[in-house]
Write a protein of this length. Structure first.
Lengths: 785, 413
């Protein structure tokens, strides 16, 4: 225990003793220990038992442990309430408790006795130590009193001298100042000679107030006048220098600073400063302009990166310098408004130059140069933005970049389109030339198709790669929201990729429309090829290209974009139109042959047929070659089941029974409606044939279309002619020949049968002397032919 | 409001020639000419009883040959012209008329001397005056003993080749006709009650190859002084006063031009149709591009006809066996619909009418008629009822149809 806490220790002890007394009824060892701890805690004021003393303890006088215990009452109560045996028990119990309490007390006293002894020793020792310390303190205080006395005496003796010294040093300072003042004119002159204007101005500034203050003294007045004269001269010189303007921007700003310090009017200086700056910047701009106008000669042509570099280094950096010096010089005097108009004005001119230069950048070869130039342009303008926070210049710059990017995208679209048209021209030439060397002709069509689509795809990819530069990470403006969003979705996806696909479809459609009437201007093979191309686009290419674009540009569509399905539908429509047109053109070529052959012949006076006419052989040949051509690009397609021996089918129905029936009916002219009964019944059960109808994307459907057109023409032409006996027979022979060969090309051979039947039927009807040829003879002729 | 069902009439012969009886403005009457190489050809006079939906027919014999074209006089109900083929046998007759020789310049020239030939002629005819009274009294007789047409005069000039069609002067007095024969257009004056015809002037189409007029139309505008003709793919306009060409639409159609018609109300507007399945509308002042093109048919279009009073209604017939009625509002003389007079409007009748006038009027196909089984070569509007038209297919089926009532009321109201 520390000595200082001896007192509290004592109180602890006494409490402990009391507690031991009161604790009569609790006998258990652990209980006592706990109680001891409880008392310790009580001493430190720690826990719930600390509150206990404040609360009124049980006031029951019969509580043997309570503070208000009254032995009399207790005894009376016991005596009144308990039997003798109980009293006896109570007594033994109480005796036992008293005894255990006694022993507890003895143990406690014993345990704490030693501690008590040592505490008493400590206290005694402390008492001795304090005594010693008190003596030393007394000694110290006497010494201090002596020192104070000495010190007072010394300062008393030094007082006078100190005053004198202070006075002297004051005089010295004053003298130095006076000397400075007197020397000032000379110094200023010297400065003027050495052109150390800054020094002169600062010297003058220091002296100015003093001179002003003491100007009523003649000597000072003289100095002041001298100074004024010199300073006026200096100001004159400065002004002259400023006016000359030839010096660098730095000198200029220094000049302005000095002049400002000389209390020149800030407004005027500011205007002059800006006008000087303007003339210098304008000369920069003129340099740039000269470069642009010098461009037409390709030898001296600088590329856009150099141009922008020059612009940045000369114009933009000077502009920045002007801005900084302006802000340093005038910021306290003037509002920034003047500077803003100044900067905006010049920047607008600069921008117009830059835009002119960008517009001259037409070649789409290398995009990186342009992108780098734009990047630099944009980056340098950020400096202006930092210097002049409210300025519209950086935004305008960004707009220029955006415009340039959009322009670029447009140029790429044009380039893609012209590339596409060029490839088509190539294909056209390739289609025209192989006719000379027949050997490789059949193979060339699929090859041409694949090379065409591959080259277009490559071109698109390379264009996408070029455009992708605009959004590269290291380009400053790629972080602008425009380049992240709109440029990708509206610019690249919509106006480049989607527009190109639409262009492909549209130009394909134009082949059908413009060339359609004459038929000859677009080679049919090209139509077929394009149709297949568009169909391929519909099935795969479009979605591939768009996915590629979306992936490359991470397009997030804020505004609605053209969905893939629309494009696919458009491509399919174009493919359909092209194929229909192909069918039409090929059909017309064959139709023309048939028509000419029918129209130019005198069918009344013709000889008995011995051969199939050459034109029919030509028709079959052409049809076969068309079949081969279509087969190269389109699948076979489905055809209705046909009889195994279709080629042998006869026209017996027409040549004998049906025609007889028809003529027989004609002999009874009264009844309407029944003359063509058989024919009508036949038609009733056959479907209406649409001649120039849409075809499906397969070979059989295409061939069916072509043959339909040809045979219908044949029919209509036959109906316009009048036939002799042999004319009819010739038609029979021709139709049989066509029958033999054409059925295999079509989806439903009944169609060919029907149309050929109609032809023979119509020619029989248009015959002056209808005597049909024997079927067997027809067959012999055809097989021989 | 149900539309009336079409009325169908069957001829026993094949037929291509159809015309309305132009001079008849009370009865709905069509004339049909048949084509038969074996039998006497007929002209069927088809009367349509609008109220009872009944057809009455009368037959007149046309013994000269099969009829390719028929035209009714605008002045005299009984007078008509036909173009017909006549097949003549020249068996064992080796001498050739200069006309025949000029016809066949081809290499088959050697063969035909031994057999027969076919020539196309044109003639003006008069129907017997009592053709319809006879019919009413004894309907059976008329079928068995049809009366014969009375020949007024031939419009033949052997120097000018085969006649393709004969055109009456529209709204004229029935004194002037034009016949198109090979590459000549002949203007005839009919005199002495049409019994005498003299060529008053001719125009000839010059050019490479064998040029041949396929069809033509006499313009009702400009005091009937203009003619439009079609040959191959070109359409030409002629001034009849000088008989010289005034305009030419080269390549009007990709293929042969089959028919023409003038807009009855807009003097420079012309419709044409042809083998490219298209119907084109032209402004002859600017012949570079058609004003409008229709591509509704799936085969050659053989006939195009403007409605005589409501020129937005255009009828086209095609060898795809269809007849199409189109409503070409945008290029009609009433492009904004029926113009409502101011006082009519001021009666405040109608928001309802306002709505109607605001509706954008679009060109559209009104209806496609599929009653025919064979190629339809001719279609004509009735001269008496502007809402009624007839079409004729090769198998001899004549179908009479009406403009759908909904459209009719829309145009009228």
């Amino acid at each position: 225990y520390e000595p200082g806490s001896a007192e509290s220790l004592l109180s602890y002890w006494s409490e402990l003793m009391m507690d031991g007394e009161a604790e009569g009824s609790v006998s258990a060892d652990s209980g006592r220990k706990r109680r001891v701890h409880g008392m310790l805690k009580l001493y430190y004021g720690l826990n719930e038992e600390g509150k206990a003393p404040e609360q009124p303890e049980s006031l029951d006088p019969c509580d043997i442990n309570g503070p208000h215990f009254d032995p009399e009452l207790y005894l009376n109560k016991l005596r009144r309430e308990c039997s003798l045996a109980e009293l006896m028990d109570q007594e033994t119990c109480m005796v036992k408790q008293i005894r255990s309490l006694d022993s507890d007390m003895q143990t406690l006293v014993y345990e704490n006795y030693n501690k008590f002894i040592s505490a008493t020793d400590t206290i005694r020792k402390m008492k001795n130590d304090f005594k010693k310390m008190e003596d030393e303190m007394d000694c110290l205080s006497t010494n201090m009193a002596a020192i104070t006395e000495f010190s007072a005496r010394i300062s008393g003796t030094l007082q006078d001298q100190h005053v004198q010294i202070t006075k002297l040093s004051g005089v010295h300072t004053l003298l130095r100042k006076l000397q400075f003042l007197f020397e000032l004119p000379a110094r200023l002159n010297k400065c003027l000679e050495l052109q150390a204007y800054a020094q002169a101005v600062s010297s003058h500034r220091r002296a100015r107030c003093v001179l002003q203050q003491y100007s009523h003294l003649p000597s000072f007045k003289g100095i002041q006048d001298d100074c004024h004269a010199i300073m006026d001269k200096l100001a004159q010189e400065l002004r002259q220098k400023f006016r000359d303007g030839g010096s660098s921007a730095k000198d200029l700003s220094e000049c302005v600073e000095l002049l400002l310090q000389l209390d020149e009017p800030a407004e005027e200086l500011c205007d002059k400063f800006l006008s000087h700056a303007r003339s210098r910047l304008e000369s920069d701009l003129q340099g740039l302009e000269a470069e642009i106008s010098a461009l037409p000669s390709p030898s001296s042509k600088t590329d856009i990166l150099e141009f922008i570099d020059r612009g940045c280094n000369e114009f933009v950096s000077s502009l920045c310098l002007v801005i900084t010096s302006y802000q340093e010089l005038f910021i306290n005097h003037m509002a920034n408004g003047k500077l803003h108009t100044f900067v905006d004005d010049l920047a607008t001119r600069y921008f117009s130059l830059v835009e002119r230069r960008i517009q001259e950048e037409k070649g789409v070869g290398d995009n990186s140069l342009l992108v780098r130039a734009l990047d630099r342009f944009h980056r340098r303008l950020q400096a202006v933005a930092k210097l002049l926070p409210g300025s519209a210049v950086p935004n305008q710059g960004t707009e220029i970049v955006i415009r340039a990017a959009m322009e670029r995208v447009k140029q790429y679209l044009t380039a893609l389109q012209s590339f596409y048209m060029d490839s088509l021209t190539d294909v056209r030439q390739a289609l025209a030339t192989p006719r000379l060397s027949v050997a490789n002709a059949p193979n060339s069509l699929p090859e041409l198709l694949s090379s065409l689509s591959a080259s277009i795809l490559n071109q698109i990819k390379s264009v996408l790669a070029s455009v992708h530069l605009f959004t590269a990470k290291d380009i400053t403006f790629s972080n602008k929201p425009y380049f992240k969003g709109e440029f990708c979705s509206q610019g690249v996806r919509e106006s480049l990729v989607v527009s190109f696909i639409k262009f492909v479809c549209q130009s394909s459609r134009q082949f059908c429309e413009s060339a359609g009437d004459k038929g000859g201007s677009t080679p049919p093979a090209l139509l077929l090829l394009l149709s297949r191309l568009c169909l391929d686009y519909e099935t795969s290419t479009i979605s591939y290209i768009l996915t590629l674009t979306d992936e490359q540009f991470l397009v997030q569509h804020h505004s609605p974009v053209t969905p893939v399905t629309t494009l696919c539908a458009e491509a399919r429509e174009a493919a359909q139109k092209l194929l229909n047109h192909y069918v039409k053109v090929q059909g017309l070529i064959i139709s023309q042959m048939l028509r000419k052959s029918v129209e130019t012949r005198d069918w009344v006076n013709t000889i008995e047929p011995r051969n199939v006419r050459a034109v029919m052989k030509r028709v079959v040949e052409d049809t076969t070659s068309i079949d081969v051509q279509v087969g190269l690009l389109y699948e076979e397609g489905v055809r209705k089941a046909h009889s195994s021996d279709s080629s042998k089918r006869t026209f017996s129905v027409y040549s004998s029974s049906r025609q007889q029936a028809r003529y027989a009916a004609s002999y009874t002219p009264s009844a309407p409606m029944d003359t063509n009964l058989l024919s009508n019944i036949h038609k009733l059960f056959s479907e209406r044939i649409d001649i120039f109808s849409s075809v499906e994307f397969n070979k059989v459907s295409v061939m069916t279309g072509i043959i339909k057109i040809s045979l219908k023409t044949f029919l209509e032409c036959v109906r316009l002619r009048t036939f002799g006996r042999y004319g009819l027979q010739q038609i029979q022979v021709d139709c049989h020949y066509l029958q033999m060969y054409l059925w295999r090309f079509v989806s439903d051979e009944n169609l060919v049968h029907f149309l050929l039947d109609e032809i023979v039927g119509s020619s029989a009807h248009r015959c002056l002397d209808p005597a049909p040829m024997e079927q067997s003879v027809i067959e012999v002729i055809c097989e021989r032919g | 409001m149900e539309d009336d069902a079409p009325v169908i009439y069957g001829l026993e012969f094949q037929a291509r020639a159809l015309t309305a009886q132009t001079a008849e403005t009370d009865a709905i009457r069509f004339l049909v000419g048949t084509q038969s190489l074996k039998f006497d050809n007929q002209i069927h006079i088809i009367d349509f009883d609008d109220e009872n939906n009944i057809i009455n027919k009368n037959v007149l014999l046309h013994q000269a040959g099969e009829i390719w074209h028929i035209g009714a006089s605008p002045a005299d109900k009984a007078v008509l012209t036909t173009c017909y083929n006549k097949s003549e046998s020249y068996c064992f007759l080796l001498s050739l008329s200069p006309f025949t020789a000029s016809l066949f310049k081809s290499k088959w020239q050697l063969f035909f001397a031994s057999d027969s030939r076919v020539v196309s002629c044109a003639a003006v005819w008069r129907m017997p005056s009592d053709w319809d009274t006879g019919n009413h009294e004894s309907p059976d007789d008329s079928a068995h003993n049809p009366q014969t047409l009375e020949l007024l005069c031939h419009l033949d000039d052997s120097a000018h080749g085969n006649a393709a069609c004969v055109l009456w002067e529209p709204m004229g007095d029935g004194k002037r006709v034009i016949s198109l024969a090979d590459n000549h257009a002949l203007l005839w004056d009919l005199q002495e009650s049409s019994t005498q015809a003299t060529v008053s002037s001719t125009a000839t189409l010059e050019g490479k190859g064998q040029l041949k007029f396929t069809s033509g139309k006499w313009s009702p505008h400009h005091n009937c002084s203009q003619l439009a003709t079609a040959n191959d793919t070109a359409i030409r306009g002629w001034d009849l006063r000088t008989m010289s060409q005034i305009y030419c639409i080269e390549n009007a159609h990709g293929q042969l031009v089959r028919d023409l018609d003038f807009n009855p109300n807009r003097q420079y507007y012309l419709a044409s149709c042809g083998d490219d399945c298209k119907v084109k509308f032209w402004d002859v002042r600017n012949v570079q591009e058609p004003v409008k093109t229709l591509e509704e048919h799936s085969h050659w279009v053989w006939s195009v006809r403007y409605n005589h009073s409501h020129d937005q209604l255009v009828l086209t017939a095609s060898s795809d066996s269809r007849l199409i009625l189109s409503n070409m509002v945008s290029i009609s003389s009433e492009p904004f619909g029926h113009l409502v007079d101011d006082d009519e409007l001021s009666e405040g009748e109608d928001n309802h009418q306002d709505d109607k006038s605001k509706e954008p009027l679009k060109d559209s196909v009104v209806s496609t008629y599929e009653e025919h089984e064979d190629s339809v070569y001719a279609a004509e509007w009735s001269s008496a009822d502007p809402w009624l038209f007839a079409s004729l297919s090769y198998d001899g089926r004549l179908v009479i149809n009406r403009v759908p009532r909904a459209l009719k009321y829309r145009i009228l109201l």
